[in-house]
Design a protein. Structure first.
Length: 260
């Protein structure tokens, strides 16, 4: 079995594959101060809660955008799973062409999204990842990652606004019935949801023009559900896109893996 981990600034998503089948996944809060033992013991507990023996894990594939925990994750894998992890390193151990100015600056998360979407849906395409930041990742008709855009995440934006405006308080981020809010709560909800949908649609329209049109628009990430059916340009939401990408990249790098 293959253990995959997508380590982000806010959340860490962990999954277990048996061949191409995702058996189970969890979304956890990322904590930079965790030790290798804390990571290892907690993951062991998660596996055992679903009847998966830690000894049955014969490979680990990781996408990490939090450099301070890189060494910790490596120690954890070697101590608790007796094998080094396969870290995704764009421009080093990847094959999707990176037609950008600085290939090694591309985040592992963005690369995995683009790679997985191209493999599953075919280019050209735009992958929007709704996380701490919202990233737009573009693959052209030749199957090259050509860049995109990085915007503040929807939750990040609202938190920043509330922290700077003394009379505003946190509200539930749900779609209001109308764009014209009738009270402070629905005003904030409208600005957050409909306003952010406008940001997404505007950027996608410009990117479609630069890609020559016809690009599929795929959404993923923990906050993708907030924009489903609101940003009309989104054609499909793929919650497990990055986990699938981590599996596919591991399989390409380890064609003789024993789990096969």
């Amino acid at each position: 079995m293959l253990l995959v981990a997508d380590v982000g600034n806010t959340n860490t998503k962990i999954g277990v594959f048996d061949g191409e089948r995702l058996l189970v996944s969890w979304r956890l809060t990322s904590r930079r101060e965790q030790t290798a033992d804390e990571y290892g013991l907690f993951i062991e507990m998660l596996l055992q809660s679903r009847g998966i023996r830690p000894a049955s894990i014969d490979g680990v594939s990781i996408s990490n955008v939090v450099p301070p925990v890189q060494q910790t994750l490596e120690w954890m894998c070697e101590k608790y799973f007796s094998r080094p992890p396969f870290f995704i390193e764009p421009g080093v151990n990847t094959r999707l062409p990176l037609a950008v100015d600085a290939p090694r600056e591309v985040g592992a998360d963005r690369y995995v999204d683009a790679f997985a979407a191209a493999a599953k849906y075919g280019p050209p395409l735009i992958v929007i990842d709704f996380g701490t930041a919202t990233t737009f990742n573009c693959v052209n008709r030749r199957g090259e990652f050509i860049g995109g855009a990085i915007a503040p995440g929807i939750v990040t934006s609202v938190e920043a606004l509330i922290n700077r405006a003394a009379r505003l308080s946190r509200v539930e981020l749900v779609r209001p019935k109308e764009a014209i809010g009738r009270n402070t709560t629905t005003n904030l909800q409208s600005g957050a949801i409909y306003g952010y949908a406008g940001l997404v649609e505007g950027l996608v329209e410009r990117m479609q023009g630069e890609l020559g049109g016809g690009a599929k628009v795929i959404a993923t990430g923990g906050n993708a559900g907030l924009l489903t059916d609101v940003a009309r340009c989104i054609e499909r939401v793929d919650d497990n896109l990055r986990l699938d990408g981590l599996r596919m990249l591991y399989d390409e790098a380890h064609p003789d893996a024993s789990r096969r």
